[in-house]
Design a protein around this ligand. Structure first.
Ligand SMILES: [Zn+2]
Length: 197
């Protein structure tokens, strides 16, 4: 028996005699991937409306609190909200320049994030800001009008998602090509951004 095994056996024997465990955890590298069903759930109208170049928010039936990021229930009074269409343009409330981001945005770094203020809305909308010279970006941007822009591929994406039959009890894994296609056709919040109006 080699030294490594002798040492390990010694530790096991010591453990069995009630000694303190000196056993190091066994470690090895692994990778795993899971397929799961992602649902936009109650937020689905927001994502579908993007394909028709509409930005939707919600408004409380009771207190009229209006949310630029849709919420089914009011955070102010707890009552149910209705869907409303937001204006296509708003004002820059604040902005920042990101030199790092999630995987999806890494190729765009540095990119700008903006909080947009819409007339009649009680909350702000977080998105990306394009079409601004980052080297000259300063406080004079605050209050500037910006308009929403939509990815022209959104209609195709929506059609793809609605046409695709999902087999809940599917036993065969998706092919790499299918996975790539689904990733490309998923409707995401990154399919919209703002530019100076
Ligand atoms: Zn309310």
């Amino acid at each position: 028996m080699g030294n490594i095994l002798k040492e390990e056996l010694g530790k096991i024997e010591s453990l069995l005699k009630g000694g303190a465990s000196k056993i190091e955890p066994l470690l090895y590298e692994q990778s795993y991937e899971v397929e799961y069903l992602m649902s936009h759930g109650q937020d689905s109208p927001f994502f579908i409306a993007l394909a028709f170049e509409k930005l939707l928010g919600t408004r409380c039936k009771a207190c009229q609190h209006t949310y630029a990021t849709p919420r089914p229930f009011c955070m102010n009074c707890g009552k149910a909200c209705d869907w409303v269409e937001l204006p296509a343009a708003g004002k820059i409330h604040s902005f920042t320049i990101c030199h790092f981001g999630s995987e999806e945005f890494l190729k765009e770094t540095p990119y700008m994030l903006v909080l947009v203020e819409f007339e009649g809305c009680n909350t702000l909308f977080l998105s990306r800001l394009r079409g601004v010279d980052q080297a000259r970006a300063g406080l004079d941007l605050i209050g500037k009008r910006v308009g929403v822009k939509f990815n022209p591929a959104l209609k195709d994406k929506l059609e793809f998602m609605r046409k695709r039959k999902i087999h809940y009890k599917r036993t065969k894994a998706l092919s790499p090509e299918e996975k790539e296609l689904i990733k490309r056709m998923e409707i995401r919040t990154s399919d919209i951004w703002f530019e100076p109006a």
